[in-house]
Write a new protein. Structure first.
Length: 281
C-alpha cells in the first residue's frame, strides 16, 4: 500500500514539473518573437515548403455529408434528315437548359455536310439534354457518356488554398513586427512566393469548378447530300448523266478485271497446257 501511494505521488510530481517547464518554454518563446524579434532570420532560413502551416480548424464532416464532385462529358454522333432544322432544334434545347455553344465548326463536301458542336450545359441538366438530343435527326450513329469523380481533387485544392492563405497571414503578422530592412525584404519575398502559389491553386480550382458546374457535350451532326437532276435540261441533262454513268461503269469494269488478274493468268495457263496436249495426241 505504501509503495502504491509513493508511486502515485512521484507520478504527480513529475507531471507538474513537465507542465511547468512546457509553460516556461512557451512564454519565453513568445517573448523572444514578440518583443526582441531575434528569431526572424531563423524562421526565414527555413525553406517555405518545410514550414508547417497552422493546422486548419477541425471539421467534423462524415463521408456521407461530402457532396460528390462529378465531371460529366458526352459525345453524340447523329445522322440528319434536315441539317439546318436539326441544328436549330439542338440550339433551342440548349437555350432552354441555360447552356451555351463553346465551339462550332461546319464542314461541307460534295456529298456530305457535317456540323461539329461543343456545348456546355449545367450539370443538373446534362442527362435531359443528352436524351433529347438523341431524338434529333434520322438515327444515332454513336453515343457515349463519361463521368469522372473529382471529389478528392476538389477537396485537395480547397485545402491547399486554405493552408497557403493561413501561411500568408502568418507572414503578414511577422512583417508587422519586423524592424530591420533585411527582415522586411526577406518576408516580402516569401509573401510574393506564397501569393504566386495561391494564385496558381485558385486558377486550378476555378477551372475544376467550371468543369463540375457545366458538363461538356460534343455533338456531330451529318447529312448526306444528293445531287438532284435539273428538270429544265430535260433530255440533254439525261444524256450527259448517261455519259457520266457509262464512264463510271467502264472504270468499275476495268477495276474488276484488274482485281481478278491471278485467275485470268491461271485460266490462260491451263488452256495453253490443254491445247498443247491435244496437239501431241
Amino acid at each position: 500500500m505504501k509503495k502504491l501511494i509513493s508511486h502515485n505521488i512521484g507520478t504527480f510530481l513529475i507531471a507538474c514539473m513537465i507542465f511547468s517547464c512546457g509553460q516556461n518554454f512557451s512564454d519565453s518563446g513568445t517573448s523572444e518573437i514578440g518583443h526582441d524579434g531575434e528569431n526572424f532570420e531563423e524562421l526565414l532560413d527555413i525553406p517555405l515548403t518545410e514550414q508547417p502551416p497552422p493546422p486548419p480548424p477541425p471539421k467534423n464532416i462524415s463521408a456521407n455529408e461530402i457532396s460528390r464532385k462529378l465531371i460529366k462529358s458526352g459525345r453524340l454522333e447523329l445522322e440528319s434528315k434536315n441539317f439546318q432544322k436539326d441544328r436549330q432544334v439542338i440550339l433551342d434545347y440548349l437555350g432552354k437548359f441555360g447552356g451555351y455553344v463553346e465551339q462550332e465548326n461546319e464542314n461541307n463536301s460534295e456529298f456530305r455536310k457535317t456540323l461539329f458542336l461543343t456545348i456546355r450545359i449545367p450539370s443538373n441538366s446534362f442527362d435531359s439534354m443528352f436524351i433529347l438530343s438523341t431524338a434529333v435527326g434520322r438515327k444515332v450513329i454513336n453515343r457515349s457518356v463519361n463521368v469522372e469523380d473529382a471529389t478528392l481533387r476538389y477537396l485537395d485544392l480547397e485545402a491547399s488554398i486554405e493552408s497557403s492563405k493561413a501561411l500568408e497571414n502568418r507572414y503578414r503578422e511577422i512583417l508587422k513586427q519586423a524592424n530591420s530592412i533585411k527582415d522586411i525584404l526577406e518576408i516580402e519575398k516569401s509573401l510574393n512566393s506564397i501569393r504566386a502559389e495561391i494564385d496558381l491553386y485558385e486558377s486550378r480550382f476555378r477551372n475544376l469548378s467550371s468543369k463540375i458546374s457545366y458538363s461538356s457535350l460534343e455533338i456531330i451532326l451529318s447529312e448526306n447530300v444528293t445531287v438532284a437532276e435539273n428538270p429544265d435540261l430535260g433530255y440533254l441533262n439525261k444524256l450527259i448523266n448517261s455519259f457520266g454513268y457509262g464512264w463510271k461503269g467502264l472504270g468499275q469494269f476495268l477495276l474488276g478485271i484488274v482485281s481478278i488478274w491471278p485467275f485470268i493468268l491461271v485460266a490462260g495457263l491451263i488452256g495453253f497446257l490443254i491445247r498443247r496436249r491435244i496437239k501431241k495426241k
